[in-house]
Design a protein around this ligand. Structure first.
Ligand SMILES: Nc1ncnc2c1ncn2[C@@H]1O[C@H](COP(=O)(O)OP(=O)(O)OP(=O)(O)O)[C@@H](O)[C@H]1O
Ligand SMILES: [Mg+2]
Length: 507
């Protein structure tokens, strides 16, 4: 639920709305035509101004039902001057004084936008702001976004080429495009506006962000993953991070086109997905782990029962027999938390054939490993780590985090008995994302876990544009350890062909 709007602090913050399903404007709703026929537009003028309009209906500022958030892409970001922000602030204040928010809330988004446009145009005319048509259009869009949507974030949210949006306080907004982080000219009016927008986002999932609960995860209506951390924890103003949701998730074939993996390497991955190898996808932040996990799930047979456990549902499985589970944070009273571990444990009672864990971060690794070696072959998960070897170490320490005091060798045996393949994803220094290793966990020699690389990515150099050059090669192993498994599923010929092609390429 949306809290109280935040413009009662003298900052003229963005009104807080509770987005609802589009409501058909009732008969008595502020009819656009009726407003248009008014002798003078409801104006932004102070009470003493000569052009004072007829008094508008009282402005309701609390518990206002709002039209759904604006969905339309608006103009792209660009540097704006102080004067622009000053004018915008004045027009915005006048608009809020004038407009009847409760009536506006009854309109559908397009009509609401039209309504605001009309009023803002009048305000600009009355106040005699000198602006070109283009500037005026830009201001109108900005203000509509502030009132109806996520303010300055709207143009960024509308862009499909952005992977992440990172807001560090009101004045610094960064985006990641094509693997590179770049700064934008976007800024918020002030920290209060930024916090108001964060509040609006998190209240959609029934949460609140403020000094007493300054950390919050949420999701946008389009599925984008959001994290907010507010002052006093964020020292220079609220930090907001959005992982944009891609409706059309990347496929393995697209990853091949991007050079993230070679065609033969992709073929091996498809077989790994199909023949029910237990897989851990390892990689750093934003390296493409979830994308890869999603790709692999495409090769699961359609008749398998799959259960997914995620902190924030990002996977998009195409199979019909899927149960999706999501963890739940503590509520404001500090109760009701459901952890990943609870979900994974519960999964085991749901007769899963495969368990997919979006992100393994803690002791749930133990439950996942147990599932993997107790008849749930083909289970998968992702882990934050920078190499297959580090991934093995991380699993060991996560098991220790669960309070198990098992001898190191036993822990390693559990890992070796459970995990078949580790796929390493990485974001390289040129911004490209690559699969750098497809590594098998083979067994133990003494206390040491033995692995063998099936595919590795060798960096060979750099072109004149700073892009890294390299290729995926086979390491020349005769037969991978999962050969028998591939044979069982009738995939050994395909596997042999892919491995052979990879070796030829290496020669
Ligand atoms: N091979 C690729 N080429 C180009 N873009 C990619 C590739 N893999 C992933 N991406 C994009 O990179 C972004 C991050 O990917 P993803 O969410 O899979 O990373 P992650 O490792 O799961 O991140 P996190 O650690 O935050 O969970 C997404 O926008 C995704 O579409
Ligand atoms: Mg992820």
């Amino acid at each position: 639920m949306f809290g109280k709007r935040g413009n009662d602090d003298g900052n003229r913050g963005v009104p807080e709305f509770r987005p609802t399903a589009p409501a058909a404007p009732p008969a008595e709703a502020v009819p656009r035509a009726a407003v248009a026929e008014a002798p003078a537009r409801p104006a932004a003028t102070p009470p003493s101004a000569p052009l004072a309009p007829p008094a508008p209906p009282p402005v309701t500022r609390r518990n206002v039902e709002a039209p759904p958030l604006a969905a339309e892409p608006r103009r792209g970001p660009r540097e704006r001057s102080e004067a622009y922000y000053d004018t915008k602030s004045q027009v915005f204040s006048a608009l809020i004084d004038t407009i009847d928010l409760s009536q506006l809330a009854k309109l559908d988004p397009e009509s609401a936008r039209e309504e605001i446009r009309d009023i803002v145009n009048d305000i600009i005319a009355i106040k005699n702001f000198a602006m070109s048509i283009a500037e005026q259009e830009e201001l109108l869009d900005d203000i509509c976004n502030d009132v109806l949507g996520y303010g300055p974030l709207e143009p960024l949210l509308a862009r499909d080429d952005i992977a992440d949006i990172m807001v560090n306080g009101s004045k610094n907004v960064y985006i990641e495009v094509n693997g590179k982080v770049e700064t934008t000219g976007i800024r918020f009016r002030d920290n209060q506006q930024l916090l108001n927008i964060c509040q609006r986002i998190v209240s959609q999932v029934g949460r609140r962000v403020d000094e007493s609960s300054p950390i919050c995860d949420a999701r946008l209506p389009d599925g984008s993953r959001v994290n907010v951390i507010a002052p006093p924890l964020a020292i220079d103003g609220t930090a907001l991070t959005i992982r944009k949701f891609k409706k059309d998730k990347l496929t393995l074939d697209q990853l091949v086109r991007f050079g993230a993996i070679s065609p033969e390497g992709a073929e091996v991955l498809k077989i790994i997905g199909r023949v029910r190898c237990n897989v851990i996808i390892s990689g750093g932040t934003g390296s493409g782990k979830t994308t890869l996990l999603n790709c692999l799930t495409n090769y699961i047979d359609r008749d398998e029962r799959i259960i997914t456990c995620e902190d924030s549902a990002e996977l998009q499985l195409q199979q019909p027999h899927v149960v999706r589970l999501e963890t739940r944070p503590k509520n404001l009273e500090g109760e009701g938390e459901v952890t990943m571990r609870d979900l994974v444990k519960n999964c085991l009672r749901m007769r899963p054939e495969r368990i997919i864990v979006g992100e393994v971060r803690g002791p749930e690794v133990f439950d996942l490993l147990q599932a993997m070696n107790t008849g749930h072959d083909g289970s998968m998960g992702t882990i934050h780590s920078n190499s297959p070897r580090e991934c093995l170490n991380r699993m060991e320490s996560m098991i220790a985090m669960g309070g198990y005091s098992l001898p190191q060798k036993t822990v390693r045996e559990i890992i070796v008995g459970s995990v078949d393949v580790i796929i390493q994803a990485a974001r390289l220094r040129d911004g490209s994302r690559r699969i750098t290793h497809v590594t098998e966990v083979v067994g133990m020699e003494g206390d040491v876990v033995i692995t063998q690389d099936i595919v590795v990515y060798n960096i060979k150099g750099e072109d004149q544009n700073g892009r890294l050059l390299g290729e995926h090669v086979s390491t020349g192993i005769g037969r991978p350890h999962f050969w028998e498994r591939a044979r069982y599923f009738g995939e050994e010929l395909r596997l042999a062909t892919a491995l052979e092609a990879m070796e030829k390429r290496a020669d």
